[in-house]
Design a protein around this ligand. Structure first.
Ligand SMILES: [Zn+2]
Length: 251
């Protein structure tokens, strides 16, 4: 089902001849554009033309690699499945809207046809032409809206079924992407924790080393030049007072 939808998207964007691109492209790994061209049986420029059109809508993504010998870049392409499905869903939504619009108009308006020329006119235009065909002059006849409505409703139901299926595929794809993202996050966190533990172990080791060297040569690390503190004004006053009281006692 997914393959069929992806093929439909490619046809919508790049035309019927490009349909096989959906089979050749992968959703997981990037495919060399020369391989795509070979499988499609068209030139590299024709292939790139198709891929650029898909890329403009965000339906494919690419990476490039430089050829070390030749010095040019080769592009590798991958399908963006979720985006492609959303694109298809939007296209279906538009078609469904159009059909609904046609159904409404068929339900309230009359149409006239020339059976010979297969030309259809709405009521105003038919009146304007006196209910005769502009091309052949035959009398126009009233169109059987019931028949048209039946066909429209049939194709509406088909479109809605397809849209539901596409929505289901989108849900699956989003779930897949979320699981992938969760796995990546878990991996990142694991690596972060590992790095943190490693850094902590390193710090611990460094502290141990520092402690050991401190024990071995305590003098070097402890030794500090004793700085003579200049006596403060307060202590000066204190000693002066003591000296005076001594002298007074002697007397
Ligand atoms: Zn006619």
């Amino acid at each position: 089902m997914l393959k069929k939808f992806l093929g439909e998207v490619v046809v919508l964007v790049a035309g019927k001849p490009a349909e096989a691109v959906a089979d050749i492209l992968d959703a997981k790994k990037h495919v060399n554009e020369f391989i795509i061209a070979k499988k499609l049986g068209i030139t590299i420029n024709q292939t790139r033309n198709i891929l650029y059109r898909l890329s403009n809508q965000g339906l494919v993504s690419s990476i490039r690699k430089k050829d070390k010998k030749k010095g040019w870049y080769t592009y590798f392409w991958k399908l963006e499945v979720a985006k492609a499905l959303r694109f298809l869903k939007e296209a279906l939504d538009k078609r469904i809207d159009q059909i609904n619009h046609q159904i409404k108009s068929r339900e309230i308006k009359q149409f006239y046809v020339c059976e010979l020329c297969k030309i259809e006119l709405n009521e105003e235009n038919a009146l304007l032409h006196d209910f005769t065909c502009n091309e052949c002059g035959s009398i126009l006849s009233l169109k059987d809206n019931a028949k048209v409505l039946k066909e429209l409703k049939k194709s509406l139901a088909k479109m809605e079924r397809e849209r539901n299926l596409v929505e289901e595929e989108i849900r699956k794809e989003v779930e897949k992407l979320e699981k992938k993202r969760a796995r990546e996050l878990k991996k990142e966190e694991k690596e972060k924790a590992k790095k943190k533990a490693e850094a902590a172990a390193k710090r611990k080791e460094a502290r141990k080393k520092a402690a050991k060297t401190a024990k071995k040569k305590p003098a070097k690390s402890v030794k500090k030049k004793a700085v003579k503190k200049a006596p403060s004004k307060k202590t000066k006053r204190e000693s002066f007072r003591k000296l005076i009281s001594k002298k007074l006692k002697k007397k």
